[in-house]
Design a protein around this ligand. Structure first.
Ligand code: PMP
Length: 352
């Protein structure tokens, strides 16, 4: 080991899902939206003033913050934006999880949480999901340095009922509780209405899933003005200009088109329910998903084998080998056509 290596901040990085690029592929592996962003986004990009690119963007991200605040009936000082919800979550870990007590998140959940905790030297404990992959709210009724969980959870798709979310928040008034709602728009109940009652709640959402903009990197957090002020203090101590001019304008255009948003979410929900019926008929089982993916296991065919067989046909799903997830595949909901082809393949393959 070289001497300078003793001073390196070593981390085991998060492994993002594979981004293959075959012309004929069916990409169901990173929970992207199969539909394009709202038409207003294309218009904004076409009309973008390139001369203005020599100027820094608005550090307060005012245009985007206002559009989000208006859409959700919040004040501007209740909204924080970042470069995808990964950026918003990382900044929130840095800002709010500064205690010697462990923060709490489920053992099976978004696999970035332990990476940020390690990066920022935050102690953590991971209460186990129950046998059916549900969060046990009682596990979060003990002393801790903060709480974070996705709702619906990933990669399971299971929703924690809003009353249970509220109980976790209300029993933890001394710490910040972060609810990561990356997938909430596909039929789950948001905790946003709880913001009226709890100043220790931070709700994080993203444009990557329900707004079809994973490639543009926009995420946001909603909370009390105090929480948002602390988040901005940390942001301005790190990088003032996180959101570029294109993201600010295109993001605002996406939020304003509510009808398109509702239409595409509904299409995905319908396709998800169709896929659930087909998968059940083929011998798969899964907990009910309220997200844009299904976390399923087959009664006879091992997940690892199926993952490989699908891959050979350029159908990509996500597989998390090892532990309790070892025999499950996480299948993103694509278009109805894509899901039909996926199901057709399964029918043939499982017949053998
Ligand atoms: N939270 C959860 C639970 C996720 O699955 C993802 C997607 N990988 C994210 C946050 C981050 O998404 P993004 O940075 O694209 O907003």
């Amino acid at each position: 080991m070289k001497n300078w290596e003793a001073n390196v901040r070593r981390v085991t990085p998060y492994t993002p899902g594979e981004q293959p690029n075959q012309p004929d592929m069916i990409k169901l592996n990173t929970n992207e939206n199969p539909y394009p962003p709202a038409p207003g986004v294309a218009k904004v990009l076409k009309e973008m003033d390139t001369d203005a690119m020599r100027l820094y963007p608005d550090p307060t991200a005012g245009e985007l913050v206002s559009a989000i605040a208006e859409n959700y009936g919040l004040e501007k000082d209740q909204v924080f934006v970042g470069v995808g919800s990964d950026d918003v979550l990382a900044m929130s870990f840095l800002t709010f999880f500064n205690s010697d007590r462990p923060i709490l998140f489920p053992d099976i959940t978004y696999s970035f949480y332990d990476v940020w905790a390690d990066l920022f030297r935050i102690p953590y404990e991971r209460p186990a999901l129950d046998e059916d992959f549900h969060i046990r709210k009682e596990d979060y009724f003990r002393e801790n340095g903060g709480i974070v969980f996705p709702n619906p959870n990933a990669p399971t798709g299971v929703e924690l009922p809003l009353a249970d979310v509220e109980e976790i928040v209300s029993r933890n008034r001394d710490v910040v509780v972060i609810v990561d709602e990356a997938y909430v728009d596909f039929g789950a109940q948001s905790a946003l209405p709880l913001l009226k009652k709890y100043d220790n709640l931070l709700v994080v959402q993203t444009f990557s899933k329900s707004r079809s903009m994973a490639g543009m990197r926009i995420g946001f957090a909603c909370g009390s003005p105090e929480l948002i002020r602390y988040l901005n203090d940390a942001k301005y101590s790190f990088n003032s200009y996180t959101m570029d001019r294109t993201a600010l304008a295109a993001g605002a255009a996406a939020v304003k088109d509510r009808e398109y948003f509702e239409d595409t979410c509904n299409k995905i929900i319908e396709t998800r329910e169709w896929t659930k019926r087909e998968l059940k008929a083929l011998g798969f089982s899964f907990e009910d998903s309220k997200a844009n993916f299904i976390f399923a296991t087959h009664e006879t065919c091992p997940a690892a084998e199926l993952f490989g067989a699908l891959r050979e046909k350029h159908i990509y799903v996500r597989y998390f080998p090892g532990g309790r997830t070892d025999n499950f595949l996480r299948i993103t909901i694509g278009t109805r056509e894509e899901m039909k082809k996926f199901v057709m393949f399964l029918k043939e393959y499982l017949k053998r």
